[in-house]
Write a new protein. Structure first.
Lengths: 367, 363
């Protein structure tokens, strides 16, 4: 039996759909039937060839890393998810999109997204073939972290759990978001919108979100943002600093998160911090671009840190947040368009973020 | 002014006419508008102690500044304030390391050779925790008050300064409960309910309230408990474990009563790596007994003093939470009294017929 997968042969040429044999799972592995796969900003980076983190394999790369599905085939000996809940074929699951060896220095510290050992180039045509989520199937190696989805959750809130939502959440956790803190989010795309809602669920006091698209800022408000700054209206860094200070009794923000991948935002972000605050780089900055800051601006205990993907333990937190916030937080509004797999090139064209009239927050591919 | 004075041996307080001294350089006079009635006030009468008698009890007030000492710049007459018993000197070792709740307060109290803050003729009247809020006025050190915004109602504000900050602070500061963790709170009185609310605000996934009163457990559900265990119906350790993920116990537990057996239970319900925080006040002669093997699973037992608070930072934040509708205080006040009903208010604490009682003063 064969299945389809989207393959990128080289950057900036249209992706193609190729067929591969669906493997039988090894013991304790899982073959997932993909329900939907989100198109993430870093997929666009990969397509443009602009990412510093990934190399392009000779046979091309199977695309997609975000998405969810159902258990198609369970490998021998596997009967429960990572929390010990019984798992059967046909069950809906969210898998960790962080592929890791689970035995290197970083994995043993619990930092699976820093694993340098696991092959990350998703090479097309190599066993187990289904190594990207823009496909009919996805292959999870033995004992990979998976979490059964509670029956109460609709598929419409699941596509972004294992990438965008996990990523912003672990960034917030690493920056110690919580009650009493004020968070500034640079960018109200999928990451910024999800960060807004998660920060609120983690108990932060205020979320100030910065973007230029009014529809996104409106959605941010619906997701819990206490203040929005439209950079077309609050047009200078000085004006934004003044606004943030005004909302924080003159102190500045405890956490600033960069969610766009624009290196110029770092300098402004550090200025927006209160003493002791943390700047978190999450947006993927194209290779070769650099930021300029004044190191002296850090002296009052300010920190700069990066956060890549998440630790798998974040996923149960997210499934819980989605459940307890049902009817209160409109997570289902995050996905505004879906495309069949064959239209992957059209989907990439439509979500290309340089178009300022865009009304798409996130798009999904439905195989 | 009128004040309720406790004269020892567990006798009822008497309403007496007393005099307030003039504020010294760093002191303020605050007119009491509302004050909570806390179980730790009641302990003095319940346990019939004779500490510092005659003494004005009460330590959970909100009010309006009436006069300030010559060096006070933080407030001016007319400002609304909450008085907190964790006055800080700002310069002792604990204050210098950012733990002002552990300040020994010797520099914010009057010295022995100074005139008494409150007197009745030549008789010195002491005040509980240098607050003594069962009185129409209080003479306080300026480092024992926090200015609050005018729109905040006084009765709700009063609760923040002790009961709420003790419970919420134990969760948010002492234990620093993280989102998605699991929490058990033993005791659903004013402090326990505040801990439950703190856990809800911090995003805990599961909040298990344990009490022996169905009424209190109902209130706990209303304020954020996701599960309840009625300890009058069976072993609460089994009850909490059965509700927990893989029956292994909870990440955080809080003891908000002060009973050794309950402290032991709070420790026993932890999963490996968990932390039990003791908030409740037990009597000095009490002892707890632990299974030391459980410590090897990296379980921790710790105490919390006044919620590890930095009240001038925390209370304005709690007021924001109240005004945003995230911290529920109206629901906690179930009875209001006049000052001359203070003894009835103590009885209601002892017969557990009240969530939080507040004494409201005629203005």
């Amino acid at each position: 039996m064969n299945g389809r997968a989207v393959v990128l042969k080289q950057p900036q040429v249209p992706m193609t759909i190729e067929e591969f044999p669906v493997p039988d799972p090894e013991p304790a592995a899982i073959v997932v039937r993909i329900t939907q796969a989100g198109v993430c900003g870093s997929d666009l980076h990969t397509w443009r060839g602009a990412t510093a983190l990934q190399s392009m394999p000779a046979n091309g790369r199977v695309m997609g890393h975000e998405g969810n599905g159902v258990v198609f085939k369970l490998g021998a000996g596997l009967s429960a998810d990572s929390l010990g809940q019984p798992l059967r074929e046909g069950d809906r699951i969210v898998h960790s999109a962080v592929m890791a060896c689970h035995r290197c220095h970083y994995c043993l510290r619990g930092e699976f997204s820093w694993c340098a050992t696991y092959p990350s180039n998703r090479e097309a045509g190599v066993f187990p073939f289904f190594v990207g989520t823009f496909a009919d199937y996805y292959y999870l190696p033995p004992h990979h972290p998976v979490f059964k989805v509670p029956d109460a959750l609709p598929d419409s809130v699941l596509s972004f759990v294992n990438c965008a939502m996990g990523t912003v959440t672990d960034g917030l956790i690493r920056a110690e978001a919580g009650p009493g803190k004020t968070v500034v989010l640079q960018g109200a795309g999928g990451l910024g919108l999800l960060a807004t809602a998660i920060a609120c669920e983690m108990g932060v006091d205020q979320v100030i979100i910065v973007d230029r698209l009014p529809k996104r800022l409106e959605l941010a408000t619906a997701l819990g943002a206490t203040h929005t700054l439209n950079i077309d209206e609050v047009a200078t860094a000085e004006a934004r600093l003044e606004a943030v200070r005004q909302y924080t009794q003159g102190r500045g923000a405890d956490i600033v998160m960069e969610l766009v991948g624009n290196p110029h935002l770092m300098e402004e972000g550090i200025n927006l911090l209160a003493s002791g605050g943390t700047f978190v780089q999450i947006g993927a900055v194209p290779a070769g671009q650099t930021a300029t800051i004044s190191p002296g601006a850090l002296l009052k205990g300010k920190r700069i840190m990066g956060s890549l993907m998440y630790r798998p333990r974040v996923i149960p937190l997210l499934l819980d947040i989605l459940q307890r916030s049902q009817g209160r937080v409109p997570f289902e509004r995050l996905v505004s368009r879906s495309y069949p797999l064959e239209q992957v090139n059209q989907a990439f064209h439509d979500v290309e973020w340089h178009d300022q009239t865009i009304d798409i927050t996130r798009a999904v591919l439905v195989p | 002014m009128k004040a309720a004075v406790y004269r020892g041996d567990g006798r009822a307080m008497t309403i007496e006419e007393v005099e307030v001294d003039r504020p010294m350089a760093h002191e303020v006079i605050v007119r009491t508008v509302a004050t909570g009635v806390c179980h730790s006030d009641v302990h003095h009468v319940e346990w019939a102690d004779n500490i510092d008698i005659p003494r004005i009890l009460g330590h959970e007030p909100a009010g309006i500044v009436e006069a300030v000492g010559e060096l006070v710049t933080y407030v001016k007459p007319g400002d609304h304030v909450i008085a907190c018993l964790s006055a800080f000197c700002g310069s002792c070792e604990y204050c210098l390391r950012g733990q002002p709740n552990l300040c020994d307060k010797s520099r914010t109290a009057r010295r022995k050779e100074d005139p008494p803050r409150i007197a009745r003729g030549s008789e010195r009247i002491n005040t509980l925790a240098n607050v003594g809020s069962f009185a129409e006025k209080m003479l306080l050190h300026e480092n024992g008050i926090v200015r609050i915004r005018d729109g905040m109602p006084f009765e709700q504000a009063a609760l923040l300064g002790c009961g709420v900050i003790t419970g919420m602070g134990a969760v948010l500061r002492t234990a620093a409960v993280k989102a998605n963790s699991t929490v058990a709170v033993f005791g659903a009185g004013g402090v326990g309910l505040s801990a439950i609310q703190g856990a809800r605000i911090a995003g805990a996934r599961q909040i298990i309230a344990v009490d022996v009163s169905e009424t209190k457990l109902q209130k706990a559900r209303e304020l954020g408990a996701t599960h309840v265990v009625d300890a009058s119906l069976g072993d609460p350790i089994e009850g909490v474990r059965a509700l927990s993920w893989d029956d292994g116990g909870v990440d955080y537990s809080f003891e908000a009563i002060g009973i050794p057996a309950v402290i032991e239970q709070a420790f026993e319900v932890l999963r490996p790596g968990g932390t039990a925080t003791v908030i409740g006040i037990a009597r000095d002669e009490e002892r707890v007994s632990l299974n030391p093997r459980l410590l090897l699973g990296e379980r921790k037992l710790q105490g919390s003093s006044m919620g590890s608070n930095r009240f001038r930072v925390d209370l304005p934040h709690y007021i924001d939470l109240y005004l945003q509708g995230r911290l529920l205080l109206d629901e906690m006040i179930t009875r209001r009294y006049r000052l001359d009903e203070v003894n009835e208010s103590f009885d209601a604490v002892l017969d557990r017929s009240v969530t939080r009682g507040v004494i409201v003063f005629d203005q």
